[in-house]
Design a protein around this ligand. Structure first.
Ligand code: GLN
Length: 264
């Protein structure tokens, strides 16, 4: 079968099909696009077929490829970690603007946020925590591959950082409500990294409550959250005693990150 036919007959989005075919051929998408008339090598046809079947069953392309680009870094991903989302780059932008010298990342997953911060600002001391050991292992592997030094710790939220204070705390916590129909489309991803209880705010509540005792004075807490949660998140941050509560929109204009700072 010709390359162009294989892509057209795949039954999935053409761009995704080209990406998956390039992967099994060990070549670039550009070179596939440049030679549509070429035959797909026989030995990769089966592998391509397997990839297409997985995609048709709903598995995200990032898991099929085992990687996802985030903030200019190529991260390895697997079903024990949430696939880094483009909108989470806002959390990194805001973190970098704070110019902190110590950062704590809660629920690091693949390590995306912690690694992006460390990559941009090598001098920052970055501590990253996750309660899931296989996620933490994935994050450690990503850090080793990228040659970035992060202090990874295992445990629930602040537990492995007892008694410590940071200039900045960031988190992309689970924030989807447990009954949200949107979860069906996210079924391949770790549910524990997505679901934040009945209203989606359980983890944000825990983090906001404990944050002030882990911030230096004037230090910021920045939290990613879901569409429409900004008001409640703002109230939780205020109830925890944080000030200058602010919400920032992502590139789609959706309120995506809220934060507050400890009184200086
Ligand atoms: N932004 C993700 C989604 O709804 C959820 C990520 C999260 O819960 N932290 O697709």
């Amino acid at each position: 079968m010709k390359i162009s036919q294989a892509i057209a007959a795949s039954g999935i989005d053409m761009r995704e099909a080209r990406l998956l075919l390039a992967e099994v051929c060990g070549t670039s998408q550009a070179s596939l696009a440049a030679s549509p008339e070429q035959e797909v090598p026989f030995e990769v046809e089966n592998a391509f077929h397997d990839f297409i079947q997985r995609r048709i069953k709903g598995e995200p392309v990032a898991y099929i490829l085992g990687r996802k680009e985030f903030y200019g870094l190529e991260l390895s991903v697997n079903p024990s970690v949430l696939i880094p989302r483009p909108e989470t780059e806002l959390l990194v932008d805001l973190a970098l603007e704070r110019d902190a010298s110590s950062v704590l990342d809660l629920g690091t997953g693949s390590g995306a946020v912690a690694l992006a911060i460390k990559h941009q600002r090598p001098k920052i001391r970055v501590v990253a925590i996750d309660s899931d050991l296989s996620a933490l292992l994935s994050a450690k592997r990503n850090a080793a591959k990228l040659n970035l030094e992060i202090d990874f710790r295992h445990g629930c939220w602040f537990a492995p950082a007892a008694g410590e204070r940071f200039e900045l705390i960031v988190s992309n916590p689970p924030y989807v409500a447990s009954g949200d129909p949107h979860l069906e489309g996210l079924r391949f991803e770790p549910q524990g990294a997505l679901i934040g209880g009945p209203d989606g705010l359980d983890c944000i509540r825990d983090i906001a409550t404990a944050a002030p005792s882990h911030l230096v004075s004037g230090g910021w807490l920045l939290l990613e959250h879901g569409q429409g949660q900004e008001e409640e998140v703002g109230e939780l941050l205020a109830a925890a005693g944080l000030e200058s509560i602010t919400t920032w929109p992502d590139l789609a204009g959706i309120a995506r990150v809220s934060g507050g700072k400890l009184k200086s």
